[in-house]
Design a protein around this ligand. Structure first.
Ligand SMILES: [Zn+2]
Ligand SMILES: [Zn+2]
Length: 282
């Protein structure tokens, strides 16, 4: 199939899925270890009328199902449809829940909590009445994980989503993201004077974060923590004192440059970030 044939409208592509038999076909191909012949697939889907079965299978072939040498298998789009079903994003409404994070607010020492509501996690300190992070998470993340695994999943998900955006890739659509330093955002609280923003050029998705969160993936920061007994590739970051919004300050307005100082056991490391998010170690 060439690229032009695949250029379906979203309505056409998604309307192909609005049928039980077609979803059963995709599910059967997902469950199979190897490509299935017409009759194997027909048996597994369990629809009697072979004309009907053939009709629905043919609707899927080309976009969600690939026919090759008399056998059928899922295309990448078919795999992604099953991923979307398993994630629960479109099919489940998760219960609102509150989790204790087993990590403590660096400002006041209260145990931080994560609230999950409307498929969004908010990490907050109830004493300081301050949100530390807010991010979307599909309901599938909750299945089969106990509380301690969930705590880790919240933290890793947030960091990896942020890191993907910082690497120029949109989690939503795989489009190109562009990051910049910004001094104004509706998401800043009153203590924050500078932050980071990522925008996807393809779908327009948008994320903001503080400069410290962005710096968490810089090798100088990772090494500095490692030298002080903190492994940023494994240890949770909620309790770190320095990556807070107000710890990044404006070093220069024109061109815009922000500075952020990390202090661990009395040792200091200062990094600067320019408008295009290039980082320098001072
Ligand atoms: Zn607090
Ligand atoms: Zn996007």
């Amino acid at each position: 199939m060439d690229a032009d044939e695949r250029d379906l409208s979203p309505e056409d592509a998604f309307s192909l899925l609005g049928n039980d038999t077609r979803i059963d076909i995709i599910q059967a191909l997902w469950d199979a270890d190897d490509p299935l012949s017409f009759s194997e697939l027909h048996d597994r889907v369990g629809i009697r009328d072979s004309g009907q079965f053939n009709y629905h299978l043919n609707k899927l072939v080309g976009l969600f199902v690939r026919g090759k040498e008399g056998k059928y298998e899922l295309t990448y789009a078919g795999f992604r449809i099953m991923g979307a079903i398993f994630s629960g994003t479109y099919t489940q409404r998760a219960e609102a829940e509150t989790f204790e994070l087993d990590a403590y607010c660096p400002d006041c020492g209260t145990e931080l909590i994560a609230e999950y509501e409307e498929e969004t996690v908010t990490v907050r300190c109830e004493t300081c009445e301050r949100n530390r992070s807010t991010f979307g998470l599909p309901p599938g993340a909750f299945e089969g994980r106990d509380e301690s695994e969930l705590r880790r999943t919240f933290e890793r998900w947030l960091r990896n989503v942020f890191s993907l955006m910082a690497d120029g890739v949109c989690l939503n659509c795989s489009g190109k993201t562009v990051g910049s330093l910004v001094t104004e955002s509706e998401y800043f609280d009153e203590k924050q004077e500078v932050g980071i923003e990522f925008r996807c050029e393809r779908c327009g998705d948008y994320a903001t974060g503080n400069v410290g969160t962005y710096l968490l993936q810089h090798p100088a920061i990772i090494a500095f923590h490692y030298d002080h007994g903190i492994d940023l590739t494994k240890d949770p970051v909620w309790e770190l004192e320095w990556p807070r919004p107000e710890n990044a300050t404006i070093l220069s307005e024109e061109p815009l440059v922000a500075a952020c100082t990390v202090t661990l056991d009395g040792d200091e490391l200062t990094l600067t970030v320019d408008e295009e998010l290039a980082v320098s170690v001072e």
